[in-house]
Design a protein around this ligand. Structure first.
Ligand SMILES: [Zn+2]
Length: 435
């Protein structure tokens, strides 16, 4: 009897090849799709603290992106790596000239997003203005669409009406998070004569940035196949690229669930607000003191998240906590997402919503859009068919937030708009959206 048949030896020699390949420092720092055993938020936070970007949660494990260096650290701490896949993620330079794979052509790349916004602005010039709120690290404009029925407010980029801010695409590969806010802008404007919509447009100041991270989004599709890119495109000067924009905000920055390792998918950056994209948001919000509500779109998992993300404590202001819980629960009734405090997943510090609420008192939510779950990282690329579903699921939540913008506390005082109970969205022909 042979203890080690030939095929075992073949596998062993393949394994030793893998190990020697992994000794290469850049290989050790390359992003891999992994499954790691974890049963609760404390174990998940310990994993996030190693710099792993957790993307899907199961009762007994998490899936996410990690480097071999991070996995080695986790193994030392007793964590079990259950799956480890090389997708050749995010390597190689910018090759340019390519776009979304043909089957996903309905998704908007940067120039298509800008064109769609310009078309809206030109066909509704009386109540819409496009404004660049800053430039990315590669010099692309970060476009905001400003909707306000007051010409003075548009001219001055400033309004006394209660304001709301919707933003998508902090994370490059989360392309669906561009589509939903873009379609929401289109919906509001194409239905501006609908009595309920018109009432909201007349009394609210609306800002929408569908694509905050165009450098990353363009890079993600730059070879014609997806690169699973998450961060911006900061050259970190050591052969790695990118800062995680949703770990770079200045409230509780660097206090857990983010990494100092430049190759990590959750690299926090050298300092809070080190990136032009997060600085743009900070300056913009600070210039608009009327903004009361913020909604940041991400993918995926079908979740409604609210502060805190950087600590386990609930919001200490009991009234605000009640408002958050009521709003989240109400919206979950429409989109069927799971509402929860962000840190119930795992600790993640330096995100948009902790800063917006902690520093500015803005009621701030993160939506993790569809799909709910996925065995592999394909959840970031759910196909063109998901666009309309994600928009329809979230139209009422978006309108609800818009309604409550004058006073989010109305969510619990019972005087919130009744119109949504019976609101039937005027349905547009899908091709209207793809121009
Ligand atoms: Zn995200």
């Amino acid at each position: 009897m042979t203890l080690f048949p030939r095929w075992t030896l073949a596998i062993l020699s393949a394994l030793s090849l893998t190990v020697s390949a992994l000794a290469d420092p850049m290989e050790m720092r390359a992003s891999r799709w992994v499954q790691i055993g974890a049963r609760d938020k404390h174990e998940r936070s310990a994993i996030a603290n190693e710099g792993v970007s957790i993307e899907a949660i199961r009762t007994d494990s998490v899936w996410g992106f990690a480097t071999e260096t991070q996995l080695a650290q986790l193994r030392k701490k007793g964590f079990r790596v259950l799956g480890n896949f090389d997708f050749n993620l995010g390597r190689g330079g910018h090759q340019g000239g390519f776009d979304f794979p043909a089957k996903d052509a309905k998704y908007h790349n940067y120039s298509e997003t800008v064109s769609a916004l310009k078309m809206l602005a030109s066909s509704h010039a009386d109540i819409v203005k496009l404004t660049s709120i800053g430039k990315t690290i590669e010099g692309r404009d970060i476009w905001a669409i400003h909707i306000n029925t007051s010409p003075e407010a548009l001219a001055n980029n400033s309004s006394s009406k209660p304001g709301i801010f919707y933003v998508g695409n902090h994370h490059a590969r989360e392309h669906l998070s561009v589509e939903v806010p873009l379609m929401f802008a289109q919906h509001l404007l194409k239905n501006r004569d609908d009595p309920a919509i018109s009432q909201l447009l007349n009394t609210r100041d609306i800002w929408i940035v569908p694509m905050l991270n165009p450098d990353g989004a363009e890079f993600d599709v730059s070879t014609g196949s997806y690169k699973y890119w998450r961060k911006n495109r900061r050259d970190n000067g050591d052969g790695t690229f990118g800062v995680d924009l949703n770990r770079n905000y200045g409230y509780g920055w660097g206090t857990g669930g983010s990494s100092k390792d430049t190759s990590s998918d959750v690299y926090m950056g050298p300092t809070p607000f080190s990136e032009p994209e997060t600085i743009a948001i900070k300056s913009f919000i600070e210039s608009q003191p009327n903004i009361k509500i913020l909604l940041s779109f991400h993918t995926f998992s079908e979740l409604i998240l609210y502060p805190w993300g950087g600590k386990y404590d609930p919001i200490s202001n009991k009234q605000d906590l009640m408002v958050y819980e009521k709003m989240a629960k109400t919206m979950a009734g429409w989109n069927k997402y799971k509402p929860q405090q962000a840190s119930d997943l795992y600790i993640a510090s330096g995100d948009t919503t902790d800063w917006a609420y902690g520093e500015r008192g803005i009621f701030a939510f993160t939506f993790e859009l569809s799909p709910a779950n996925q065995g592999g990282p394909g959840g970031f690329y759910p196909g063109a068919g998901m666009i309309d579903k994600a928009f329809q699921d979230n139209l009422k939540p978006c309108l609800y937030l818009l309604d409550l913008t004058d006073d989010p506390h109305r969510a619990v005082s019972g005087s919130s708009f009744g119109f949504l109970k019976n609101y039937i969205a005027p349905r547009l022909e899908p091709e209207h959206f793809w121009n």
